[in-house]
Ligand binder design. Structure first.
Ligand SMILES: NC(=O)c1ccc[n+]([C@@H]2O[C@H](COP(=O)([O-])OP(=O)(O)OC[C@H]3O[C@@H](n4cnc5c(N)ncnc54)[C@H](OP(=O)(O)O)[C@@H]3O)[C@@H](O)[C@H]2O)c1
Length: 245
């Protein structure tokens, strides 16, 4: 039980990769608050037993995130781990991207990470295990994919935000790292194989010739959230099987 006695908040925890992270943490003894805008999507997570609750929260809204962290600490007694996983992708060439889509991508992917850090620190600094923040980045933070300008810019910013806050929060006993998946067979990338044109573009870039499995991402999330990563701070952990990109 690698996360025994710990309490985690996972944003975007009711669907996709976030949901897999919630399940993996719970199976390692962690009490987990899965957060998302659509609370009903997590109903079966709660019914499946274990210590998982679902909390409605919008990471774009600082008050909603304040309330999420407060609720987690109140319900389970403390807070040790935050996985800032909620994210959106609004693809399209920059010249044609709607300003509202650009703003929403920024507010969710970058604003959400900022709000989670800001709201969680007062609880994480009291963690007896050492606080952990894991921010979700993406292979597109450092690789060019036409049509992904807004998304990629937010993920590049998340990586730099991670490095700066890692240094700021180390004296409080909190580590901050980024988990950086490549193309994974889950969530927003799952359908990539179904689109012949898109798959033809990306398949040759996958050094292992396949998408990553969600379990390969949750293994890295468990490492960054647990005791084994106690001296890993400000790191961007790429989980992409090698990318020829
Ligand atoms: N799948 C991949 O291959 C891959 C690769 C690299 C990086 N990532 C990153 O991994 C993370 C999860 O992606 P995914 O593939 O699992 O995507 P997904 O299936 O689309 O899930 C996104 C999650 O974010 C939540 N969310 C979106 N906007 C939100 C908001 N304003 N407030 C709260 N929650 C919000 C969604 O829940 P609601 O709709 O209920 O709010 C959902 O649970 C993202 O940060 C993504 O950039 C994924």
């Amino acid at each position: 039980m690698r996360l025994d006695g710990r309490v985690a908040v996972v944003t975007g925890g009711t669907k996709g990769l976030g949901r897999r992270i919630v399940e993996a943490f719970a199976s390692e003894g962690c009490k987990v608050v899965a957060a998302g805008r659509d609370k009903s999507a997590g109903a079966d997570l709660v019914e499946s037993g274990g210590d998982v609750i679902v909390h409605e929260a919008d990471v774009r809204d600082p008050e909603s995130v304040d309330e999420l962290m407060r609720a987690a600490a109140e319900y389970f007694g403390h807070l040790d781990i935050v996985v800032a996983n909620a994210g959106v992708s609004r693809p399209g060439p920059a010249a044609q991207l709607a300003p509202a889509d650009f703003a929403d991508t920024m507010a969710t992917n970058l604003g959400g990470v900022f709000h989670c850090t800001r709201s969680a620190v007062p609880y994480l600094e009291r963690s007896e295990h050492g606080g952990r923040i894991v921010n979700l980045s993406s292979a597109l933070a450092t690789r060019v994919a036409p049509g992904a300008s807004a998304y990629a810019a937010t993920k590049a910013a998340v990586e730099m935000f991670t490095r700066v806050t890692a240094v700021e929060l180390a004296p409080k006993g909190i580590t901050v790292n980024a988990l950086c998946p490549g193309l994974i067979d889950e969530g927003m990338t799952r359908s990539i194989k179904d689109n012949e044109r898109v798959w033809a573009l990306y398949a040759p870039k996958l050094a292992m010739g396949r998408l990553g499995s969600p379990d390969e991402v949750t293994a890295a999330a468990l490492f960054l959230a647990g005791a084994e990563s106690s001296y890993v701070n400000g790191h961007v952990l790429e989980v992409n099987g090698g990318l020829n990109w």
